[in-house]
Design a binder for this molecule. Structure first.
Ligand SMILES: Nc1ncnc2c1ncn2[C@@H]1O[C@H](COP(=O)(O)OP(=O)(O)OP(=O)(O)O)[C@@H](O)[C@H]1O
Length: 206
């Protein structure tokens, strides 16, 4: 069966997911920080973090003989291979826009959990794929932080990365379910997450 023909795990009509949260935002705005916090508050019995970058990185780890764990977490690795990974993944995504979304859902065994936290949405096609497959369970969340705050967190503008579609495609989107301005402390952030947690709990109770 070709990848275009593969069904989405779960899919419409399935029991799970009950809520799919799609997080996006500029580099170092705090996507990983926020999604980790959310997982902690919801609990890993009910929620799973999905990274669309995982199937891309696992391919690269194999190809280059690298350690996947380091490629997923270490900034030095992440930055060194970012551009190469982007170019390779763009070519595949052009042919099959849902390819990495579908692979990531399988890789994280997401269909075993009711709440899916996707921490790295980058393209309008990512949102379109999840919406097409999981319909009204989907919520989109844009994380923002001031540039000086992002710089303090390690952001350095890199030409060829920060001015390309993989970082900018979602700048055009305006109709997010939630916007989170992550400029402050962890305590401030906790409060900003309350309405989102409430929405997740109501989906779990259905
Ligand atoms: N509200 C916050 N309070 C304290 N530290 C924060 C906060 N938000 C983010 N950070 C820190 O800022 C750094 C960058 O955050 P994080 O890695 O979550 O960003 P990201 O958007 O996932 O980045 P990338 O796009 O590069 O993957 C991390 O060290 C994180 O711990």
């Amino acid at each position: 069966m070709s990848s275009e023909m593969e069904a989405a795990p779960g899919g419409r009509g399935g029991v799970y997911p009950k809520r799919v949260l799609l997080f996006s935002g500029k580099r170092k705005c705090g996507k990983d920080y926020i999604t980790d916090l959310l997982l902690e508050r919801i609990g890993s019995k009910d929620a799973v973090i999905i990274k669309i970058s995982s199937p891309i990185k696992s391919h690269w780890a194999e190809e280059k003989g690298l350690d996947l764990k380091q490629l997923m977490s270490a900034d030095e690795y992440k930055e060194r291979y970012r551009q190469e990974m982007i170019l390779w993944s763009e070519a595949i995504r052009d042919k099959d826009p849902g390819c990495f979304c579908r692979k990531a859902v399988v890789m994280y065994k997401a269909q075993e959990k009711p709440v899916w936290i996707v921490s790295d949405i980058r393209r309008q096609t990512d949102i379109a794929w999840f919406t097409q497959e999981y319909g009204e369970t989907v919520r989109t969340i844009r994380v923002a932080a001031e540039e000086d705050v992002r710089v303090k967190r390690g952001y350095v503008f890199t030409s060829g990365i920060d001015d390309k579609a993989s970082e900018c495609d979602l700048d055009k989107v305006g109709n997010w379910h939630w916007m989170i301005n992550n400029n402050g402390s962890a305590e401030e952030l906790e409060k900003l997450l309350d309405p989102l947690i409430e929405d997740i709990r109501s989906a779990l109770a259905e």
